[in-house]
Design a protein around this ligand. Structure first.
Ligand code: AMP
Length: 280
């Protein structure tokens, strides 16, 4: 069956009220659309955690910088609806910008902690306040008790978990493992920007992270392993924003050898910015 599409907060609330009246729980999967199999993994995990799943599709302008790709960000609502129908998703929330951001809105969320780790925030300073604000709104609007986010955007996952905790929003945020192509490349809506030859090169990000993780497991210092990964990506023609080893929970720079580590990378290939991360 085709999912029902609602575009206002009022109609979203009406739909979830029905579920609540029937004692059915629901999870939310926030997305910006142009759905791929990575998003679908989040939907499937949503159905593991709740009776119903609502997927939001909203290209959030407040998380894009002035020079970023808001206007060319891929949109394909028809294709998205078809993919979600195949998964049995009953409800899609696809609000307009005007519905989400009242012209008179005077409130937004500003975050420190994981949002100021010196990773994505260093290159996209406006990004996490925009994400935290829209995700907090989606949590409150949907009244879901579970939310699915991808490990793919690892710093974002940490930011959203922290935001929900700090604001006492009664929702559990689940991280879902990164879904990858056969060659290891993390699936992303932005991969469609890549030319054919860039696409075959792009797998080097995952490969260099995997190699760095292997070296660290074999006793190499995390800083020198990530520096080597960064150098090899630069040699291959990437413009590297960062390759970093961080504490997997706090995202702080590691200070001892027993901490759980996450390796995170962001690099440009031509006009496309790619990110990825793995655990050690
Ligand atoms: P986006 O539409 O890119 O904002 O992503 C929406 C959600 O899907 C976020 O929680 C992402 O982390 C998640 N996501 C994107 N790509 C993947 C992937 N390859 N595997 C798992 N989750 C993903």
């Amino acid at each position: 069956m085709k999912p029902k599409i609602v575009r206002t907060v009022e109609s979203l609330r009406r739909e979830v009220a029905r579920w609540k009246a029937d004692n059915l729980s629901h999870a939310i999967v926030p997305t910006m659309g142009a759905l791929h199999d990575g998003h679908i993994q989040l939907v499937r995990e949503g159905f593991q955690q709740a009776d119903r799943v609502v997927v939001s599709i909203f290209v959030n302008p407040t998380q894009f910088g002035l020079k970023e790709d808001l206007s060319r960000y891929p949109r394909d609502e028809e294709g998205d609806v078809e993919k979600l129908a195949a998964e049995g998703v009953p409800l899609i929330f696809a609000p307009t910008v005007e519905e989400m951001y009242n012209l008179n809105a005077a409130t937004s969320i500003h975050m420190e902690g994981p949002a100021k780790a010196g990773l994505e925030d260093k290159f996209r300073p406006h990004f996490f306040d925009g994400v935290a604000t829209v995700v907090a709104k989606l949590f409150i609007q949907s009244q879901a008790t579970a939310a699915m986010f991808g490990d793919k955007d690892y710093q974002q996952l940490m930011v959203v978990k922290r935001m929900a905790k700090d604001l006492s929003i009664p929702i559990t945020v689940f991280g879902v493992p990164t879904h990858r192509e056969d060659d290891g490349m993390a699936m992303s809506s932005r991969n469609r920007y890549l030319t054919k030859s860039e696409r075959s090169q792009a797998t080097a990000i995952y490969k260099s992270l995997t190699q760095a993780a292997d070296k660290i497991r074999n006793g190499k210092n995390p800083q020198s392993a990530t520096r080597a990964a960064s150098r090899s990506l630069t040699t291959l023609g990437f413009k590297v924003d960062y390759v970093a080893a961080r504490n997997a929970e706090t995202l702080a720079v590691p200070t001892n050898t027993t901490e759980p580590l996450r390796l995170l990378a962001a690099a440009w290939l031509g006009k496309t910015r790619l990110i990825d991360n793995i655990s050690v």
